[in-house]
Design a protein around this ligand. Structure first.
Ligand code: SF4
Length: 328
């Protein structure tokens, strides 16, 4: 999502006549698009302070802008360091970004209503706001006409989509409408929440030829107590049933997931439940991250009591299982 926003910002600046440069010393404008899902990202941006001061001493025209996911309380830390600070919504939301010459992001919504306890998105981007399906349709048509072969529909909780111009158009209906556009292209989307994954959506994915048979379905943990503490709104059994239904209806589906290891209070037994789920589901790809506390989130108030070394060990075990499954 952040990459898409960066592309969108770059495109908007290009439209305004700016030219990009690989050399920061030549720039008159530097835009930092921050993702504050992890504290380390915030620290990295703070670490730019000295560099910006040196650049500004050499180039008095240099303007620095900070955008992206910024928590209110973090803004104070960046004041004085940047000439301007604003959320991504200050850049026009209709603009798309390009992933490659043949692939394009189309943002369909922004924000999220879910409040998973480890996530800053609802605090930084605010509640879910959806674009009208008519705007999305026009944009995708234009994009396909321009020769783009792959469209990525983006939203923090993409399958919670509901068109503001018609209560009948949910995410599955939107896919159906886009699938009807003439042309040789593929539709992909990111990221869905398993809790909002309907039978209608599975059926639509199965039937719509242009919807890629690829799905990232973030599970985050294979233990019910941890899922509850993460406020993920589904149980392991529900997740497994969902995967079963998806695989029955779309046998050639390529399934990936996201997992957090070492969430506060995650015992070895609870991690083993995630390991068990991994062995059982046999994901094609998995994005594994070690939990890191993020100020402003509900989980920040929980004791981060799994040592880093143990988080690394758990990450390694899952990666090894994945590699083994790929090789077999
Ligand atoms: S659904 Fe995704 S974006 Fe929304 S709070 Fe949970 S992790 Fe964050």
């Amino acid at each position: 999502m952040n990459k898409a926003d960066s592309e969108r910002i770059a495109q908007e600046l290009k439209n305004k006549g700016y030219k990009s440069t690989p050399n920061i010393k030549e720039a008159n404008l530097v835009v930092v698009n921050m993702c504050s899902v992890r504290q380390s990202a915030v620290d990295r941006v703070l670490g730019l302070n000295q560099k910006f001061s040196q650049l500004k001493n050499k180039n008095c025209k240099l303007k620095t802008v900070l955008t992206g996911c910024i928590l209110k309380k973090d803004k104070a830390k960046f004041r004085g360091m940047f000439d301007e600070i604003g959320g991504v919504e200050t850049w026009s939301p209709e603009e798309t970004g390009s992933l490659s010459p043949l692939s394009q992001f189309v943002r369909i919504s922004n924000g999220c209503n879910n409040f998973c306890t480890y996530c800053v998105v609802p605090h930084t981007r605010g509640p879910l706001v959806c674009r009208s399906h008519k705007d999305i349709l026009n944009e995708v048509k234009k994009t396909v006409k321009a020769g783009i072969e792959e469209i990525w529909l983006l939203g923090q909780n993409v399958n919670d989509y509901q068109s503001p111009s018609s209560h009948l158009i949910n995410f599955a209906k939107l896919l159906k409408i886009l699938n009807e556009i003439a042309g040789d292209f593929e539709i992909r989307f990111s990221s869905p929440n398993p809790a909002d994954f309907s039978n209608e959506l599975i059926d639509t994915m199965a039937k719509c030829q242009k919807v890629a048979k690829y799905l990232n379905l973030p599970v985050q943990s294979g233990d019910d107590k941890i899922l509850k503490r993460m406020n993920r709104r589904y149980t392991v059994k529900e997740y497994k049933n969902l995967v079963k239904k998806i695989r029955e209806e779309i046998p050639n589906i390529n399934l990936s997931t996201d997992v957090i290891v070492g969430f506060p209070g995650e015992t070895k037994k609870q991690f083993e439940n995630t390991l068990k789920l991994f062995k059982e589901i046999r994901f094609n790809i998995a994005y594994i991250s070690k939990y890191s506390p993020r100020p402003g989130t509900a989980a920040f108030l929980l004791k981060d009591n799994v040592p880093f070394k143990e988080k690394k060990r758990r990450e390694k075990i899952l990666m090894e299982v994945l590699a083994k499954q790929k090789g077999s």
